[in-house]
Design a protein around this ligand. Structure first.
Ligand code: ADE
Length: 384
């Protein structure tokens, strides 16, 4: 059950926060393709896709991929009916491919369990694959103007600074505090769902703070003004309400998080290519269904947990590829994911070899349509 909005009157400072932020958001928000300001209300499917894409990915990268993805899958039904490989290919470049699979599963569940209509309440939204508390709150509030809180790293930082709450934004106690604070603020936004729901978050009502404008304002302020380093306090719409600023603590809050140790893995990758009458083809294999870059394609690769000196001869034997007398000097290159360094040794090799299952030859011109990680795009470019 969704919790009821509080009936008590908002505290004056909270009221000032929600209205100043909403006012600022209406005038300063970036014009992003999933923010259709002047439509009667947001398209839930577009918002759903944008929220999945924006999980752990920068807006600039999402901007490149968002419209092509929607052109390829214009409706939730089209996405649900598409083969997984097509979804992964359209996701290519956004990283964290597990999200693409979850979005696909989410679309299938919306079609199967909700008659193809994106649900409005956070409880139903959270039943869908890939939708946690944040994404459910974002869709319920931004699309349907429900007074539901959202907290991610950006929002946590903004709230911590506003209230001079010490601690790291990754600390469990701080995160629990931030959800409570976000909830009490959004529930004080004057237009309750019964008054305004579905009316585009009241975006045209210039003076009114709505759940939609307040929540998206929090996200936007964290992204543009209340940044982790060098926040732009002088232009902040909440500067006179910010306790961290008043107490000179903006640079101390939030505290830096304890760094987890990065791990390393070693990939020996042979970029095998051959010439055909139609051009050049590259040999590919599919990665395992779980783990890093699950299910994506890559040139044949041997992975090790420690640095292992291999010759081309031993590598080809390990991969079950025919021996070659070519003299190849591998190129070394490190790709950083969030938690690990993938140390590549890239071996370019021309070979007239019959791929055989489970590998396949792929024409160079068709590589763009294959589900690849950014790392493997770079690996192929390195070898060419
Ligand atoms: N990050 C997550 N959701 C977002 C949104 N709707 N706009 C901008 N950045 C976001």
């Amino acid at each position: 059950m969704a919790k009821q909005a509080r009936s008590s009157r908002p505290a004056p400072r909270d009221r000032a926060i929600t209205s100043a932020l909403s006012k600022w958001f209406r005038s300063a928000a970036r014009d992003l393709p999933w923010r259709e300001e002047f439509r009667a209300r947001r398209d839930p499917y577009r918002s759903l896709v944008s929220e999945f894409m924006l999980q752990q990915t920068q807006v600039s990268r999402v901007l490149e991929k968002f419209e092509p993805f929607l052109q390829r899958f214009p409706t939730v039904g089209a996405l649900a009916a598409a083969p997984e490989q097509d979804v992964l290919a359209a996701w290519s470049g956004l990283g964290y491919y597990r999200r693409a699979r979850l979005l696909h599963a989410c679309a299938k569940s919306i079609v199967r369990d909700f008659g193809g209509v994106v649900p409005r309440d956070v409880d139903s939204l959270q039943e869908l694959p890939g939708i946690g508390r944040y994404t459910a709150g974002a869709i319920a509030s931004i699309v349907f103007n429900r007074p539901e809180p959202i907290v991610d790293g950006n929002v946590c930082r903004v709230l911590q600074r506003l209230d001079a709450k010490p601690g790291s934004a990754s600390d469990k106690e701080v995160i629990a505090w931030a959800w409570e604070r976000a909830e009490s603020l959004v529930k004080q936004c004057p237009n309750s769902p019964s008054q305004r729901e579905g009316a585009g978050g009241g975006r045209r009502d210039a003076d009114v703070a709505t759940p939609a404008t307040f929540n998206e304002g929090l996200m936007e302020l964290g992204a543009l003004v209340c940044t982790p380093a060098a926040p732009k306090c002088l232009v902040c719409p909440l500067r006179d309400l910010c306790l961290a600023r008043e107490q000179g603590l903006v640079d101390e809050i939030p505290a830096p998080k304890a760094r987890a140790k990065r791990s390393r893995v070693y990939h020996d990758t042979v970029v095998v290519w051959r010439k055909t009458a139609r051009g050049v083809e590259v040999l590919l294999e599919q990665r395992p269904a779980t783990g890093l870059w699950a299910g994506l394609w890559q040139p044949p690769t041997v992975e090790s947990a420690t640095r292992t000196r291999r010759t081309l001869k031993s590598l080809l034997a390990e991969l079950g590829l025919p021996a070659s007398a070519a003299k190849v000097k591998p190129r070394e290159w490190v790709f950083q994911t969030t938690h690990r360094d993938v140390c590549f040794r890239v071996w370019p090799l021309q070979l007239a070899h019959d791929a055989g299952s489970p590998r396949r030859w792929c024409e160079e011109a068709e590589l763009a349509g294959v589900g690849f990680s950014n790392a493997h795009k770079e690996v192929i470019a390195l070898a060419r």
